[in-house]
Design a protein around this ligand. Sequence first.
Ligand SMILES: [Zn+2]
Length: 98
Amino acid sequence: MDPGSHGRESECKRIFALLSEYLDAELPADSCDEIEAHLKDCPPCLEFLESLRKTVELCRGFRPGELPGPLNEAVRRELWERYQRALRARSSAGGAGT
Ligand SMILES: [Zn+2]
């Protein structure tokens, strides 16, 4: 089944914080390894990364000719909310009783 799923969510939150830097390629290789290892074992985070990546491409697409900058606050917030929903959907599907 899914041993050690307790504490997974806080791990996911940490990964989330790293992901936007990951997409900006500002992470040290250590952190990239950590994210990639987590993603292998965490489908919601992997799905989230895909949607984050698409969003980033979309945002950057709107500003051709400019250097890619950090995501703005509104975009980060929107992504975080989506992410929370994905995590909640996963934990209720898993039937852990909280
Ligand atoms: Zn995760």
